[in-house]
Write a protein that binds this ligand. Structure first.
Ligand code: CA
Length: 432
C-alpha cells in the first residue's frame, strides 16, 4: 500500500520554510563553486538544530500518543534512540524529474522473471491459497500478484525502522498528516501484538511486511491466516495472504467476477468516454463497436464497465469492472491496479497484452509538466495546484482542451499536445 499524498497547516509551512532555506543554501554554494566549476558538496541544514527540533517533536508527540491511549512506557521504549532519518527525509522531498511511462513500469512489474517466480510461489502455497480464496472470495493469482508487486514475494519492502521512518515523516514534510495517525497506529500494534519495536521494519514510507500494509489498515483488517494465535505479516505468508484477501473482500471484491480484459476500440471511438469514473453497460460498449483484443464480440455481462486507456489513444485499451476499482482501494494508482491484474492473468497462463505500447512517446519532464499546468491555468482551466503532478484535474483539463480542438480526447498529455496547449496559452496572452 502506498500512503496518500497529504500535508497541511503549520507543519507544512515549517516544512516549506526549511525546504526553501535548503534551496537557498544550495544556490549560495552553487554560486560559490560555480566559478571554479567544481561540484558543490550536498549541504545539510544545520544538523544540530534539526536534531533538537526532532527531539522537541518527539516530546510534543508523546502527549498526543498518550491522549490516544498509548502507555507512556510503550512510547518511551519505542522512541528511545531513534533519530530523524535522513534517507527517509530525502525520499519524502524527492520530486521525480520524469514519471516512468506505464510501459516501463509494467516491464518490471510484470517481467518474465516476476511471472516465473509468481508461478513457483503459487505452487508452493497451493493449499493456503485455496483456503484463503474459499474464505474471502478473492482469487489466488490476484493475492500472489499483490505479493509480487508489493515486496517481490517477500524480497523487499523493508530496510527501515518503522517507528523511526514514521516519526521522521510525521515531524516535517508533505506526508505529515498521513504519518501522524500511522505512528499512533504503529504504537498500538506494539501494545496489541507485543511486537519488539526494534524488529518492526518497513519501507521508508512506513508500509511493512510481505504485502506492505500500513499500520492503520493492519489494526482494522489484518488477520491470523495460519491460526497460530499471532499476526505476523513480516514472516507468516499465510497471515499476509489472508490479510490481503480480507482487505480486498472488505473493499467489495466480487467473487468469481473478472477484473476486466483488453479490448480493441473502433475507429472514431469517442475517447472522452474512456474514463475510469464513467461506467456503461457492456451492451452499450458493444453497440459502440468495442471488441475483444482478438476482434471478437464482448462476452455478455450484466455488470457496468469502464474503458481504461493507460497510455492514451495510441496504446492498449482495457474494459474494467468493479473488481479493478477494488484494487485501487488497496493502492490508489491505476497503473498499480493494472500491473496487479495483468500479472495475475499471466500467473494463470494468459498471454501478455496484445496491442503495442506507444514506446516512442517521451515522458514530460517536471519542468514540462509545470509549464503545461501553467498554460492550462492561463487558458482558464481549474487544475488544482500547479505541482508538476498530472492528476485527475490536469487530465480532465487536457481532455477538455482536446475536445475543443477536435483532437482524440483521451486526456493524455504527450509532448505534442503540451506544446500545442502552450502555444494556445501564448496566443491568448498576446491577444487579451
Ligand atoms: Ca499467524
Amino acid at each position: 500500500m502506498s500512503p496518500n499524498e497529504s500535508g497541511g497547516g503549520a507543519r507544512k509551512v515549517r516544512g516549506i520554510v526549511l525546504f526553501l532555506a535548503y534551496l537557498l543554501s544550495l544556490l549560495l554554494i552553487a554560486v560559490a563553486y560555480g566559478a571554479q566549476g567544481a561540484t558543490p558538496p550536498i549541504p545539510t541544514p544545520s544538523p544540530l538544530a534539526e536534531d533538537a527540533a526532532f527531539a522537541a517533536f518527539l516530546k510534543d508527540f508523546r502527549a498526543e500518543a498518550l491522549n490516544a491511549g498509548i502507555k507512556a512506557e510503550t512510547y518511551d521504549a519505542a522512541t528511545s534512540g531513534i533519530v530523524r532519518n535522513q534517507r527517509v527525509a530525502d525520499h519524502n522531498l524527492n520530486q521525480p524529474e520524469f514519471v516512468k511511462p506505464i510501459w516501463e513500469y509494467l516491464d518490471s512489474a510484470v517481467s518474465p522473471r516476476r511471472v516465473a517466480d509468481g508461478r513457483t510461489v503459487m505452487i508452493a502455497n497451493t493449499e493456503i491459497l485455496a483456503q484463503v480464496s474459499a474464505k474471502y472470495g478473492t482469487p489466488g493469482e490476484i493475492l500472489v500478484s499483490i505479493w509480487g508487486n508489493e515486496s517481490d514475494y517477500g524480497r523487499g519492502g523493508g530496510g527501515y525502522k518503522m517507528i523511526e521512518a514514521l516519526a521522521t515523516l510525521a515531524y516535517s514534510g508533505p506526508r505529515s498528516d498521513y504519518a501522524r495517525p500511522q505512528l499512533i497506529a504503529a504504537l498500538k500494534m506494539i501494545e496489541r501484538e507485543h511486537y519488539d519495536p526494534a524488529s518492526m521494519t518497513s519501507s521508508w514510507a512506513g508500509a511493512f511486511g510481505q504485502t506492505q500494509f500500513v499500520p492503520t489498515t493492519f489494526l482494522a483488517q489484518a488477520v491470523d491466516g495460519d491460526g497460530d494465535g499471532k499476526i505476523d505479516l513480516w514472516h507468516d505468508v499465510p497471515d499476509a495472504l489472508a490479510s490481503t484477501a480480507n482487505v480486498l473482500a472488505m473493499a467489495g471484491w466480487a467473487k468469481d467476477k473478472p477484473w476486466g480484459y483488453e479490448v480493441a476500440l473502433p475507429s472514431g471511438f469517442a475517447y472522452d468516454d474512456a474514463d475510469l469514473d464513467l461506467t456503461k453497460s457492456v451492451a452499450t460498449w458493444k453497440k459502440a463497436g468495442v471488441k475483444t483484443a482478438a476482434g471478437n464480440e464482448l462476452p455478455a455481462s450484466g455488470d457496468p464497465a469502464s474503458i481504461f486507456l493507460p497510455a492514451g489513444a495510441q496504446g492498449p485499451a482495457f474494459l474494467v469492472f468493479a473488481n479493478f476499482k477494488t484494487i485501487l482501494r488497496y493502492n490508489n494508482a491505476a497503473s498499480y491496479a493494472l500491473a496487479v491484474c495483468l500479472l495475475g492473468d499471466q500467473l494463470k497462463g494468459a498471454s501478455p497484452v496484445l496491442a503495442a505500447w506507444p514506446r516512442s512517446l517521451k515522458p514530460l519532464s517536471r519542468d514540462e509538466r509545470l509549464a503545461l499546468q501553467d498554460s492550462l491555468v492561463q487558458l482558464g482551466f481549474d487544475i488544482g495546484k500547479v505541482d508538476g503532478l498530472i492528476g485527475a484535474k490536469s487530465r480532465a483539463a487536457v481532455r477538455a482542451w482536446q475536445k475543443a480542438h477536435a483532437v482524440p480526447a483521451d486526456g493524455y498529455a504527450t509532448l505534442e499536445i503540451a506544446s500545442r496547449i502552450a502555444l494556445d496559452a501564448r496566443v491568448k496572452l498576446a491577444v487579451p
